[in-house]
Design a protein around this ligand. Structure first.
Ligand code: F6P
Length: 322
């Protein structure tokens, strides 16, 4: 192994820059050259390469987004796209690849590995935390903190007006962000896709909380909830209760901003872990952190196995929302 490529792909996540920095500087320690691939797989297909050394990654540890850029690349899902990707890697003399992203990124990396002799390793970077093989993904902690800060502000105005709010957070098809945000901001209820939403129960809950003297109610809605997006849930509940309500979609605000210290630490650990995997001659795994330790999980398990949401925490949320 002489020369490794690094790319960030899919939705950006705070901490991706810190991971790139860790990959580049750790690779230096092993005497490996590093090539940055811009715009994820889209940039790979277009041969958008940039040589990276320790100084190229100065001053990015604390920045959100990704200095390499990212993309969602449909072409990589097609055999011609994959073939082109393999050719590009050969052109750049890359013999190891660190792919930072979520399950789509790993599927692309695995497919490339199947048609080349390139060694690949994944680093979980997505705010959604929906990757099996790691307790947390890079960006999740920052996104949760950002959403909590936003909801703290919403609570001020909600209390002032004695209002009901539905606040939508991201997470794609999973409720990791919603659950942690809900508990951390003292939400009155949390709707996650993993648990079927019962609108009668939700309405009864809201009514009894107001009757019990609460001055505001904040319902955190995961964007993938089975009852619909926050506007739909608000419409249904507001209609049934004949209550004024407001909706706030936090949206992409959650994806930006400086990474939290936790995300910087996780990125630094996993970037270094990924380079170690390649330097030691292993391939086809994702490096994650489980119970504080860096562990390797076969790439295909990261999407074929489902990471469980601790739904018992919903009970805690309800207990504390009295
Ligand atoms: O996967 C990260 C994520 O932010 C999801 O939470 C969200 O559903 C999706 O990406 C949004 O993607 P885009 O930025 O392409 O609209």
């Amino acid at each position: 192994m002489k020369r490794i490529g690094v790319l960030t792909s899919g939705g950006d996540a705070p901490g991706m820059n810190a991971a790139v920095r860790s990959v580049v500087r750790s690779a230096c320690g092993f005497g490996l050259e590093v090539v940055g691939i811009r715009r994820g797989y889209a940039g790979l297909l277009a041969e958008e390469f940039v040589e990276l050394g320790p100084r190229s990654v100065a001053n990015i540890l604390h920045r959100g987004g990704t200095m390499l850029g990212t993309a969602r690349c449909e072409e990589m899902k097609l055999p011609e796209g994959l073939k082109k990707g393999a050719e590009s890697l050969r052109t750049a003399s890359i013999d190891g690849l660190v792919a930072i992203g979520g399950d789509g990124t790993f599927r692309g990396a695995q497919a490339l590995a199947e048609i080349t002799d390139i060694h690949i390793v994944g680093v979980p970077g997505t705010i959604d935390n929906d990757v099996y093989g790691t307790d947390y993904t890079i960006g999740f902690d920052t996104a949760v903190n950002t959403a909590v800060e936003a909801i703290d502000r919403i609570r001020d105005t909600a209390e002032a007006h004695q209002r009901l709010f539905f606040v939508e957070v991201m997470g794609r098809t999973r409720g990791f962000i919603a659950l942690d945000v809900g508990i951390a901001c003292g939400a009155e209820d949390v709707l996650v896709p993993e648990v079927r939403t019962n609108l009668d129960d939700l309405c009864a809950n809201i009514q009894s909380q107001f009757a019990g003297g609460k001055r505001a109610s904040i319902v955190v809605v995961a964007e993938g909830d089975d009852a619909g997006h926050a506007f739909e849930v608000g419409n249904k509940v507001g209609g049934r209760l004949h209550m004024d309500y407001r909706v706030c979609v936090i949206g992409h605000v959650q994806r930006g901003g400086a990474p939290s210290a936790r995300d910087r630490l996780l990125s630094s650990k996993l970037g270094a872990g990924a380079v170690k995997v390649l330097a030691e001659g292993r391939t086809g795994v994702m490096v994650g952190e489980v119970a504080g330790h860096v562990v390797e999980t076969p790439l295909n398990l990261t999407w074929s196995r489902q990471k469980e949401l601790n739904v018992e925490m919903l009970q805690l949320m309800k207990t504390l929302a009295r």
